[in-house]
Design a binder for this molecule. Structure first.
Ligand code: AMP
Ligand code: MG
Length: 339
């Protein structure tokens, strides 16, 4: 069996260093420009720098690794894009001053691993790039997946306050890092603290109000289905519901796992969309180790054993057991299906 504790230390160091680099990129630029990828999603200098930093830390600490990252170096290798490559190299050099542009390209390409291995790492170097561009929530999400199940996860949330009293739509100067090993529970590091606190949530009582969280982006979750689910619960139970919290990225798994929201709903918006493994592996492990159930909208476990996509699943429902049951029951009663 792999040494999960050693894997976790490497993963935590990787996302912590990368969080610092992402912060610096954000602080250094008045406006971080987005490059539009072929699939029309945005990517920034920080996405590439983050992937390079994580690849470097994992390789330094663990030797040869299989890493399935969201980004690749194709864009940066085009001669016209050399200013971008220089900016990415400068960002990586903030933490590794021995690298040049060629080394950065090679590091990014470590993330070109494939999923046909009994164990592999998967990385979203900046999950919620749109949140990053708005100066709101985003995450550096890294997980080790073994035979279809995430077993080690680390998630840097550079703008997420540990303190529930602080607003979620404003960047926190300290941020948080979440970690989990399957079967060992989940932990939170607030700011640059070196000691974790346990993350474990309680379930709701039948009279407690329910607050869900979901994407900011209308294209990523079906908000009218979300309304129908909440109306159904109000009509059929003693629960009241609170206004949903809208935040980008896998921070939603952390916010649900730590008890600030009572469910993370990701309801399919368009036919055929397949969730990417790096959008869920780290967050789903952290939330389930904090005593949430994490399934798709039909109540099936997320299955990370089918390549780069969650081919066997549709959407996500993450919540403590009672609330999870209510959500799945409402989805079934309303006949909500992927569009
Ligand atoms: P969030 O920040 O939770 O809104 O999710 C951001 C992620 O949504 C990105 O990393 C994309 O991979 C993913 N995404 C892109 N298009 C869709 C879609 N149609 N449905 C669900 N997720 C999507
Ligand atoms: Mg993502």
């Amino acid at each position: 069996m792999a040494d999960y504790a050693r894997f976790l230390e490497a993963a935590r160091e990787a996302v912590t260093l990368s969080s610092g680099v992402c912060r610096q990129v954000q602080a250094a630029l008045d406006e971080v420009r987005a490059i539009t990828k072929d699939d029309k999603s945005p990517v920034t200098v920080a996405d590439f720098a983050s992937q390079a930093v994580v690849a470097r830390v994992l390789s330094d600490r663990l030797g040869d690794v299989v890493l399935v990252g969201e980004e690749d170096s194709k864009f940066l290798r085009e001669p016209d894009h050399s200013p971008h490559l220089e900016a990415v190299t400068a960002a990586v050099r903030e933490v590794f001053d021995d690298v040049d542009s060629d080394a950065v390209l090679e590091l990014i390409d470590i993330g070109a691993g494939d999923t046909h291995h009994a164990g592999f790492w998967t990385l979203d170097p900046i999950d919620g790039t749109k949140g990053f561009l708005r100066g709101q929530q985003y995450a550096i999400a890294l997980a080790y997946v073994e035979r279809g199940t995430p077993v080690v996860g680390a998630m840097g949330c550079p703008n997420l306050p540990a303190d529930f009293g602080k607003p979620l739509d404003e960047p926190d100067p300290r941020g948080t890092v979440y970690v989990a090993i399957k079967g060992d529970g989940a932990g939170e590091y607030a700011g640059d603290s070196s000691t974790p606190t346990t993350v474990r949530r309680h379930d709701l009582d039948p009279n407690d109000p329910i607050g869900v969280c979901g994407s900011v982006e209308q294209g990523h979750t079906n908000m009218s289905d979300e309304d129908r689910i909440l109306e159904h619960i109000v009509a059929n139970t003693d629960h009241a519901v609170r206004e949903p919290v809208r935040i980008d990225s896998q921070c939603k798994y952390a916010v649900t796992g730590r008890g600030q929201a009572d469910a993370y709903l990701r309801l399919p918006t368009r036919p055929g969309y397949v969730e990417r493994i790096w959008d869920h592996a780290a967050g789903a492990l952290i939330a389930s180790e904090a005593d949430c159930y994490v399934t798709d909208i039909f109540g099936n476990q997320l299955d990370f054993g089918h390549g780069r996509g969650l081919e066997k699943n549709k959407g996500v429902v993450c919540a403590p057991p009672r609330v999870h049951g209510l959500m799945i029951g409402a989805i079934e009663a309303l006949g909500i299906q992927p569009a």
